[in-house]
Design a protein around this ligand. Structure first.
Ligand SMILES: [Fe+2]
Length: 390
């Protein structure tokens, strides 16, 4: 990330700064890895520790489904009805100790402010638009944006009219751009599939001075802690640094093609601990006359591969549409279904749009994944091989 400064910050750190009413502002350093990672410094109207009431703590309980069979899976999420709010409406389908992956179709806004105190979040906006109001300022979001929210960011989502469908990620680690795209100073390199200009910090900072009762829910220790504040939590008059929420639109990802097939590695967008997030975007395909543009069969010996289909036609599989998720777990090779490679020969373009998450440790499933599971998928290569050519 690049350095950003919004509002009023003093010329020197750790010096006196007052607001227009003469009030001494409260400085807060918000940083990763003690004082060794990226940080931002925020200037509050009052102590960020100021809570008026301590409410209940409720544990997060994920209902695990341990299937009888270890097979490739197709999960259809398109049929899920809108339910819940932008936080508690996240319906987890897969998880491990590195990442939780959920679908969220919020039906209404959350009446409280929220802060994830134990993980970074990514919201991929399949459908919908609105504004993420944060302590760092307001961040408008729209269709096909990745919204990245660092831990510790107090926020609430204000949604526009119309359907909202998000693919969400929570990780106890950090969401970052891949190391290999950055130089030793952190700047994105020329060969990276995006530049700093494609990453958008909050658009405006508004300092709320009003009193009034506000609920704050903090995710921590695998649960949610509720507090009541007697002031508005967005009381920051200025901040600067490298930690802040931002958005990146998937269509600003510059896809790479080659004379021959390029591996998913060239589609990598973010990295987390033991997982990656990749963007499959519409692009020209391989130009060698003998090229096989579809992916070769592969056994990812140490990883699980989850693809969420967003839009367009996905060349390597039949029968998947927007909202479908395929999971190709470790131990089993996977590849295009029979007949599709032959049919694709000579194709020079794909309009597929999908988000992939590869994890290097096994993913566990929830009971919601069981409800949405299509057991026919495991046999679909066999069925396709038996089908008459056409
Ligand atoms: Fe794959």
């Amino acid at each position: 990330m690049r350095y950003v400064s919004m509002g009023e910050v003093p010329a020197k750190r750790h010096t006196q700064v007052r607001d227009e009413d003469g009030r001494l502002l409260v400085e807060e350093v918000m940083g990763y890895e003690g004082f060794s990672g990226n940080e931002s410094i925020l200037y509050h109207l009052r102590s960020p520790c100021d809570v008026a009431e301590v409410g209940a703590f409720s544990a997060i309980a994920l209902e695990e489904w341990i299937p009888d069979a270890h097979v490739h899976r197709l999960t259809e999420t398109a049929s899920l009805a809108p339910a819940g709010d932008p936080v508690f409406g996240r319906r987890v389908l897969l998880f491990n100790d590195d990442v939780e992956i959920a679908i969220c179709k919020p039906a209404h806004e959350l009446g409280a402010f929220y802060r994830n105190g134990e993980g970074d979040e990514v919201l991929f906006v399949h459908e919908g638009s609105g504004v993420v109001e944060t302590i760092f300022g307001t961040l408008p979001y729209a269709r096909h944006d990745y919204v990245v929210i660092p831990r510790g960011t107090t926020y609430r989502v204000r949604m526009d009219e119309g359907p909202q469908t998000w693919l969400t990620f929570h990780t106890p680690g950090e969401i970052e751009t891949p190391n290999r795209y950055r130089n030793r100073y952190g700047q994105l390199l020329e060969h990276a599939p995006y530049s700093q200009r494609d990453f958008h910090p909050p658009a405006a900072l508004r300092t709320h001075r009003d009193a009034g009762e506000h609920e704050l829910i903090v995710r921590a220790r695998r649960g949610h802690q509720r507090f009541v504040l007697h002031h508005h939590p967005f009381d920051v008059a200025g901040w600067d640094g490298y930690v802040y929420p931002y958005r990146f639109n998937i269509h600003d990802y510059e896809p790479k093609s080659g004379r021959l097939h390029q591996p998913p590695t060239v589609h990598q967008t973010f990295q987390g601990p033991n997982f990656v997030i990749c963007s499959f975007c519409p692009r020209e395909l391989d130009w060698d006359p003998l090229a096989v543009a579809l992916p070769y069969h592969h056994s990812n010996l140490q990883s699980e591969e989850l693809i969420y289909y967003v839009d367009g036609e996905f060349g390597s599989r039949a029968g998947v549409g927007p909202g479908a998720m395929t999971l190709h777990p470790s131990g089993l090779p996977h590849g295009p279904q029979p007949g599709l490679v032959e049919r694709s020969l000579g194709a020079r373009r794909t309009d597929e749009l999908a988000v992939m998450c590869d994890t290097f440790r096994p993913l566990r499933l929830t009971t919601l994944a069981r409800e949405l599971d299509d057991p026919r998928y495991a046999l679909s290569w066999h069925e396709a091989a038996r089908a008459p050519a056409g």
